[in-house]
Design a binder for this molecule. Structure first.
Ligand code: FES
Length: 57
């Protein structure tokens, strides 16, 4: 699977079963989104997906 992030494309395995946050941080080494409460309450993990805010990713 190919995803586009910040104008660049990245290949990720089709069967990678991780959250978007863990994909960004652990696999693509993009550390802008933070792991905070891990419960959807703080917004630390918020990212924009197609221009819309998405949290608890
Ligand atoms: S880590 Fe708190 S909302 Fe995602």
């Amino acid at each position: 699977m190919t995803i586009s992030i910040n104008g660049s494309t990245a290949q990720v395995p089709d069967d990678l079963r991780v959250s978007l946050l863990d994909l960004l941080r652990d696999h693509l080494h993009l550390f802008g989104a933070k792991k905070g409460c891990n419960q959807g309450a703080c917004g630390a993990c918020s990212v924009l997906v197609d221009g819309s805010e998405c949290s608890h990713v």
